[in-house]
Write a protein that binds this ligand. Structure first.
Ligand code: 4AD
Length: 478
C-alpha cells in the first residue's frame, strides 16, 4: 500500500541542493556530499582549478575546488555534471561560504564549445533568441524562481481570505473587454461528404462552417464574466489563468499571451475593491522581499539600483486614490509638454501615467471614476455622476497600469440599457443578464497582469523577459 511505500527504504531520497548547502553544518567525520547541476564557469590556475556549479535552486553557485587540475580536464562550461566532494569552509576571500573539495566528477551531458550561452554578460535581446537556454542564466533563473514564489503567494492570499479558485474557460464565445482584440479559435474543417455518402439531393456547402463545431469561438481575453457566475454562488472567487490579446502591440508591456489574476467578490463597493487591491499588492511585495531576498538583491544590484527602495515604498506608503477628473487636471497643469494631448475624456498614454506616478514620488496611484464611454459595458455607473463609472486602474512607477478593475453593473435594467446603447448583441449574453435577473448581488473585482507585476518586482524593462516562453507578434517559435 501507499503507506508502506512511504515508510519503506524504497522511498525516494531527495538529494541535497545548492540552496541548502550554506546552512549545512560541517561534520568532521562525514562531510561528503554529491551535487548535480550545470557548470557555470571553469577556471584553471597553475596548481588548482575551480568550478562554479548551479542547479537552479538559488542564485548562488557552489564553488568546487580541484587541487589536481587534471581531474577537471575536459569539463566544459555548460556541461551537466555530478560532483562528489567534501564540504569545507572556503579558504578564499569569501571565508563565510562553504565550498566543495573535489573528489570525483562525472560529466552527465557534455557541452560543445559552440554553446550559445557563454559565461559573460549577454543582452536580454540575445537571451530571447535562445529562449530554450536562457533560464540557465542568472537573470532568467531568478525570474523563474520569483515567478514561482509569487504564484504560491497569490494562492495563499486568496486562500487565507476564504476565496474559491475557479478555472474559467480558455475558449469563449464573448468579448469581455469589448475591444475586439480576440484570437479566433480555428479547428479542422470537417471534410466534404465523399461520393458514396453524398446523395443526389445534397447541395455542396460553399461556406466554411465557423470553427468551433459550428459556432464562433475565441481565446479568452479575461475570465471575469465567467468568474461573476461563481461569485454569484460562492461570494469570493478568483481565477488565475492565461489570457490572450490579439492587439499588435510591440511594446515592452504587452504580450499576446499573459497570465491574469482576477478576484471577483460579492457585496463590495468601490472603496472595498480599492482596499482589497492595495492589500493584495502589499502582501505580495512584502512577502517576495522576504522570501525571494537573494534574487531581489541580485535584481537590485544588476538590473535596477532603485528596485529595493521602490518596493519598500510600495509596502510602506498608502496608495494615492485620485479621481480621473483630478488626474486630468494634474496633467493639464503640468509644465511638461506631452506628445499625446491632454483633455477630459482621453485614455491615459504611457507618458501621462509616468508623469502621475513621478508626481506622487513613486507611490502607486489608483485612478478612479473614468468616463463611461471609454470603458467596457459591464462597469457600474457612478451614483454621483452617470457619465463616469465605479472603476479603478492602479498605476505603478516604471510599469504604468498594473491593475484594472470595477464594480459591475448588477441591475438588470441598467445593464440592458447600456448594452443596447453600445449596440451589443444582447442575446449572446443571456446567461450574463440572467445573473442580474435571478438573485443579483452587488459585486466587483479586478485583474492584475501577472507579468507586469513580475516586471515590477524584478525591475526588468521588457515583459518578454518575465514569462518562461513569451508569445508576441512574430514570436511563436516553440
Ligand atoms: O485592464 P484589463 O483589460 O482588465 C480586464 O481584463 C478586466 N476584465 C479585469 C477584471 O476586472 N477582472 O486588464 C487587466 C490587467 C492590466 O491592468 C494589465 O496589467 C494586464 O491585465 N494586461 C496585460 N498584460 C500583458 N500584456 C497585455 N497585452 C495586457 N493587457 C492587459
Amino acid at each position: 500500500s501507499l503507506g508502506q511505500d512511504l515508510h519503506s527504504k524504497r522511498f525516494y531520497q531527495w538529494p541535497l541542493r545548492i540552496k541548502d548547502i550554506q546552512q549545512q553544518s560541517i561534520d568532521a567525520n562525514n562531510n561528503q556530499i554529491t551535487i548535480q547541476g550545470w557548470v557555470r564557469n571553469v577556471r584553471h590556475q597553475k596548481s588548482i582549478s575551480f568550478l562554479e556549479i548551479n542547479d537552479g535552486s538559488s542564485i548562488a553557485h557552489l564553488q568546487v575546488v580541484a587541487e589536481n587540475p587534471e581531474s577537471l580536464k575536459g569539463v566544459k562550461h555548460g556541461a551537466c555534471v555530478s560532483v562528489t566532494g567534501n564540504l569545507v569552509q572556503s579558504k578564499g576571500k569569501n571565508a563565510e561560504l562553504k565550498e566543495l573539495n573535489l573528489e570525483s566528477i562525472k560529466v552527465i551531458g557534455d557541452c560543445p564549445e559552440d554553446f550559445p550561452l557563454q559565461p559573460k554578460l549577454h543582452s536580454m535581446e540575445f537571451l530571447r533568441e535562445i529562449a530554450h537556454f536562457r533560464t540557465r542564466s542568472n537573470t532568467l533563473g531568478a525570474v523563474l524562481r520569483v515567478r514561482n514564489r509569487s504564484t504560491q503567494l497569490i494562492h495563499n492570499y486568496f486562500n487565507r481570505h476564504g476565496f474559491i479558485n475557479v478555472h474559467t474557460p480558455i475558449i469563449t464565445a464573448g468579448d469581455c473587454e469589448g475591444g475586439g482584440e480576440q484570437f479566433h479559435v480555428s479547428s479542422t474543417v470537417p471534410p466534404p461528404p465523399t461520393s458514396t455518402t453524398a446523395t443526389k439531393n445534397t447541395t455542396p456547402t460553399t461556406n466554411t462552417p465557423p470553427p468551433f463545431f459550428g459556432e464562433k469561438a475565441y481565446l479568452t481575453v479575461s475570465g471575469q464574466l465567467e468568474a461573476e457566475i461563481f461569485a454569484s454562488s460562492h461570494g469570493r472567487v478568483y481565477t488565475f489563468g492565461p489570457t490572450f490579446r490579439a492587439e499588435k502591440s510591440n511594446t515592452s508591456r504587452h504580450l499576446s499571451e499573459f497570465w491574469m489574476i482576477e478576484p471577483e467578490i460579492a457585496f463590495i463597493n468601490l472603496t472595498d475593491n480599492l482596499d482589497i487591491a492595495e492589500d493584495f499588492v502589499k502582501y505580495l511585495v512584502k512577502n517576495i522581499l522576504i522570501e525571494c531576498k537573494d534574487d531581489i538583491d541580485f535584481f537590485n544590484k544588476r538590473v535596477d539600483k532603485n528596485l529595493l527602495a521602490r518596493l519598500e515604498k510600495t509596502v510602506a506608503s498608502p496608495f494615492i486614490r485620485l479621481p480621473y477628473k483630478d488626474a486630468i487636471q494634474l496633467l493639464l497643469s503640468a509644465k511638461e509638454k506631452f506628445e499625446n494631448p491632454v483633455s477630459m475624456g482621453i485614455d491615459l498614454a504611457r507618458e501621462h501615467e509616468k508623469y502621475i506616478t513621478n508626481h506622487y514620488d513613486g507611490v502607486p496611484v489608483f485612478i478612479t471614476h473614468w468616463p463611461k464611454n471609454i470603458k467596457p459595458f459591464y462597469m457600474r455607473e457612478s451614483e454621483e455622476d452617470s457619465n463616469t463609472v465605479e472603476n479603478m486602474d492602479l498605476l505603478v512607477p516604471e510599469i504604468g497600469e498594473l491593475i484594472g478593475g470595477s464594480i459591475r453593473e448588477e441591475r438588470f435594467d441598467h445593464l440592458h440599457k447600456r448594452m443596447s446603447e453600445m449596440g451589443m448583441n444582447i442575446d449572446g449574453y443571456d446567461w450574463y443578464n440572467d445573473l442580474r435577473k435571478y438573485g443579483s448581488a452587488p459585486h466587483g473585482g479586478f485583474g492584475l497582469g501577472f507579468e507586469r507585476f513580475l516586471q515590477y518586482v524584478t525591475g526588468l524593462q521588457n515583459i518578454r523577459d518575465v514569462i518562461p516562453i513569451p508569445r508576441y507578434p512574430g514570436f511563436c517559435k516553440f
